[in-house]
Design a protein around this ligand. Structure first.
Ligand SMILES: [Zn+2]
Length: 71
C-alpha cells in the first residue's frame, strides 16, 4: 500500500534535485569559461621537464583544464 501523494512528492523532490544539479553544473561551466576553475590535485610531485623541477598537477573538477603548480 503506497500513498500516491508521497510518491508524487518524492518525484517532485527528485526533479528539483536534478534541476539544482543542472543549475550547479551550468554555473560551474560559466565559471570555467570565465577562468575560475575548480582546481583539485591530480598528480602530486610530477617532474616537469620544461621547468626542470617538481610540480603538482592540478585538474579542474568541472572541465578538462589542467595546470601545474611549482612547489
Ligand atoms: Zn574548469
Amino acid at each position: 500500500m503506497s500513498d500516491p501523494i508521497s510518491i508524487a512528492d518524492a518525484a517532485r523532490k527528485r526533479d528539483a534535485r536534478k534541476r539544482a544539479d543542472l543549475q550547479e553544473r551550468a554555473r560551474g561551466i560559466t565559471l570555467c569559461r570565465s577562468g575560475f576553475h575548480q582546481w583539485a590535485i591530480d598528480q602530486k610531485k610530477q617532474f616537469d621537464v620544461r621547468s626542470g623541477r617538481l610540480v603538482t598537477v592540478l585538474r579542474c573538477t568541472r572541465c578538462t583544464a589542467t595546470k601545474t603548480r611549482l612547489d
